[in-house]
Design a binder for this molecule. Structure first.
Ligand code: G3P
Ligand code: MG
Length: 242
C-alpha cells in the first residue's frame, strides 16, 4: 500500500499552524489527511491549537482552559507570519465545516498531556457523528488512557498510539490497547530494522511524525510506513511521485 501524506497542523511549513489557512493549503496541495491538535475552552468549546497555552502562537498569554471561545477569537494566531496577520483560532466544528465536502482525512490528536479535559472523548464522538465524519477520522494521543476512554464509547474508532522513545514490540502493546496504528517519532522506524514489517505482519499500521527533511521522508517511504506526518506535504507528495 502506498504511503499516505498527512499535513502536520495543516501545511504548517507555509501557513500558521492549526489554522483554517493551513488546512486549506494542505487540501490544495493534495494531502491525504490533516493532523491537528484539540483542546477545550473554559466554556466547553473544542478548539484547534497545539499548546495548552496561547503564549507561543498568539499575541496574548494564558491557558486555553481559562479562555472562552469568544475571547480566543479576538487573538491573532498568525504566529510571526506577517502575511497571515489576524488569523483566528479555529474551532473543531469550523474545521469539520471546511473539510466536510472534500474527501480529506483527519487525524485528531487529543491533547491531554498537561491539562486533562475530562469527557472530551464524548464530545469528539458526538461532533464527528453530527458531521458524518466517523469514517474519516483517526484519533491519536500521547495519553493512551484517553484513547481507551474513547474506545469505550466508540469501539470501532481507529486510534493511533503516539510515542517518542523506542519501546519494545510496540505491535504487542498496540494489540493490547486495541489500537489500529502506532504513531512513533520518525527516527524510531528509521533506526529500528524490521519494525515496519513486524507491525504489518501483526495488522498494525505505522504513521511516523514529524518528518520534514527530504532525506527522512524518502527513508520512511522506502521502509513502507503507512503514513508520514509532515509540515511540508507538497515535498512528501513530490518524493512519492518519483
Ligand atoms: O501527531 C503527530 C504529532 O503532532 C505529535 O506531536 O507535539 O506535534 O503534537 P506534536
Ligand atoms: Mg499533534
Amino acid at each position: 500500500m502506498e504511503t499516505k501524506v498527512w499535513a502536520h497542523r495543516g501545511a504548517s511549513g507555509y501557513a500558521p499552524e492549526n489554522t483554517l489557512e493551513a488546512f486549506e493549503l494542505a487540501m490544495r496541495m493534495g494531502a491525504y489527511g490533516i493532523e491537528l491538535d484539540v483542546h477545550r475552552t473554559k466554556d466547553g468549546k473544542l478548539v484547534v491549537i497545539h499548546d495548552e497555552t496561547v503564549n507561543r502562537t498568539s499575541n496574548a498569554t494564558g491557558y486555553i482552559k481559562d479562555y472562552t471561545c469568544q475571547e480566543l477569537k479576538k487573538l491573532d494566531f498568525s504566529n510571526s507570519m506577517s502575511e497571515f496577520k489576524n488569523t483566528r483560532i479555529p474551532t473543531l466544528r469550523e474545521v469539520f465545516g471546511l473539510i466536510r465536502a472534500s474527501s480529506i482525512m483527519l487525524n485528531i490528536e487529543i491533547k491531554c498531556d498537561r491539562v486533562i479535559y475530562y469527557g472530551i472523548w464524548d464530545e469528539l464522538v458526538k461532533l464527528s457523528r453530527e458531521f458524518g465524519m466517523d469514517d474519516r477520522i483517526i484519533y491519536s494521543s500521547f495519553n493512551h488512557y484517553v484513547l481507551r476512554e474513547l474506545k469505550k464509547i466508540k469501539p470501532q474508532a481507529p486510534t493511533g498510539l503516539l510515542y517518542s522513545c523506542a519501546i519494545l514490540d510496540p505491535w504487542v502493546y498496540a494489540e493490547y490497547a486495541e489500537a489500529t496504528a502506532i504513531h512513533p517519532h520518525f527516527m524510531i522506524p528509521l533506526n529500528t530494522p524490521g519494525l515496519v514489517e513486524q507491525c504489518h505482519e501483526n495488522g498494525i499500521a505505522i504513521n511516523a511524525w514529524t518528518a520534514n527533511e527530504p532525506e527522512h521522508i524518502a527513508g520512511l517511504v522506502q521502509l513502507g510506513v503507512d503514513g508520514i506526518i509532515t509540515n511540508y506535504p507538497d515535498v512528501a507528495i513530490k518524493l512519492l511521485d518519483k
